[in-house]
Design a protein around this ligand. Sequence first.
Ligand SMILES: *[C@@H]1O[C@H](CO)[C@@H](O)[C@H](O)[C@H]1NC(C)=O
Ligand SMILES: *[C@@H]1O[C@H](CO)[C@@H](O)[C@H](O)[C@H]1NC(C)=O
Ligand SMILES: *[C@@H]1O[C@H](CO)[C@@H](O)[C@H](O)[C@H]1NC(C)=O
Ligand SMILES: *[C@@H]1O[C@H](CO)[C@@H](O)[C@H](O)[C@H]1NC(C)=O
Length: 463
Amino acid sequence: MSLSQITRKFVLICFFVLLWYIISSFYFEQEELLSDKNEETLTGVHLTSNTNKTIITDDDNNKNQLEELNKKYCGKPICKFLFVYLIGEQETKANLHFRSFSQLAEKLNRIMVLPNVGSSRIGTCNEFPFDFYYNITLLQKEFPNVLFKSENDFIFWLKERDQIKKMMNNNNNKNIPPLSILHSSIKRSRNTEKTFYDDAETNFDVYNCISKFKPLMNLEDPTNSRVKYTKMIIRTTDMRSEIARVKLSELLTKVLTIDEEILLVNGKVVDPLFPQTMPVIPYSDYILNEAQKIKDKLSSSYMGIHWRLESSTPKLLPECVQGLIKTLNKIKEEEGIKNIYLATDYPLLSSRSQSSTFKKITNYHHDAIRTLNETFKINTWVSLGGLEQLRENKKYNKELNGSGIQGILDKLVCVNSNYFISGPKGCSRIASSFTKTIADERSNRIENKDSDLLNVIDRWEIP
Ligand SMILES: *[C@@H]1O[C@H](CO)[C@@H](O)[C@H](O)[C@H]1NC(C)=O
Ligand SMILES: *[C@@H]1O[C@H](CO)[C@@H](O)[C@H](O)[C@H]1NC(C)=O
Ligand SMILES: *[C@@H]1O[C@H](CO)[C@@H](O)[C@H](O)[C@H]1NC(C)=O
Ligand SMILES: *[C@@H]1O[C@H](CO)[C@@H](O)[C@H](O)[C@H]1NC(C)=O
């Protein structure tokens, strides 16, 4: 053997050793990043000494890497997500719609991505992680067959997949395909004669929040993702009754049983999608504890008032407030309850109202609240020092000044109140899902013999 032959052999051996080192360190890194469960599956893939194979061009092995990632992350060789990145309406209704889509995730056997929350909304445009409002542990109990992942977990998967793709595809060997995505708009429409599912234009994401996942998920870049666009337009009556929803949910499940890895949904649905409505997603301990603190501060007992001024007739408000004062005096006398807690969309922290849809605040509104406040000692989440930790942090300014987490707190305080009243037509919004949720929960508690609650809901009258 000549010297040059020996050198060549040596170089070749070095090359393979180096290759083994690079590839195995990639696996080790994966192992560190991924959760510690199922370690055996990864160790099984560790490369041993049979390096006479050129790993980088081995199709099966490349596919395996993606499969191993998916098995770790989703428990299956292919990860399938349902990401409803926009859920219409404010918290009470959004809470309901989120449950509908979780039911859909279960039917489609997909991971449900937990969108961000904030400003009393659920959707990826918001600033805070899902558990800022909700208790994920209890959500998981409610949906034991659905795997839930946060936006950050989703980003983690995108990143890992992207890395595998980059590493495996760098020598023109494109065996890890782009992300496969179906982007669908699911919408209730009053103007449609029948419910239908069809191809669609690409313009549903008016807030363009999906772009925050760039470059890992880039809907405009065909080397990154292959996207199909569809829409489901739902006729109002097809959601209204339980029977109608049997058919609707079957249709949804049928048309959305697809191969794409990611099902992106822009959802504006108004009513439930499935015949069964699941219980409210439980709120985080932080908010529950704040509600308990307020209850403790109003030591003996309190009346909860929900007064949503947004849909009132401003000119009626002077009479409305007189009616409320009369009712409060009556309850005070008859039930011996002194403390009053007011939950309202009237601005408490700044000049911005506590509801994102309530913008026209007039002197009628200001006068009504002033009259009430001059007649009784009115407690609110602000006057009782609720959410103090958040109020000290600038990060939450926008959330607390507008509508947001305090709406959930108000709801819980009203649920706990000994006596609960809300406004009549003209003085406040009657068909409020917020008020209805409070009444429903109180009704449950009374059925379960909670003797602290003296009524479900009363409405005061205009004198
Ligand atoms: C690789 O090694 C195996 C034995 O470990 C041998 O059977 C096979 O022929 C080798 N392949 C190549 C391409 O050298
Ligand atoms: C969720 O609820 C459980 C059970 O009540 C509780 O132990 C846990 O601390 C809660 N988690 C959060 C983050 O609120
Ligand atoms: C009621 O009056 C007090 C004292 O003037 C004030 O601090 C508080 O902000 C008022 N409450 C409301 C709800 O306007
Ligand atoms: C609310 O907003 C006003 C100005 O818009 C600001 O001065 C104030 O500090 C904010 N308060 C909180 C608690 O965020």
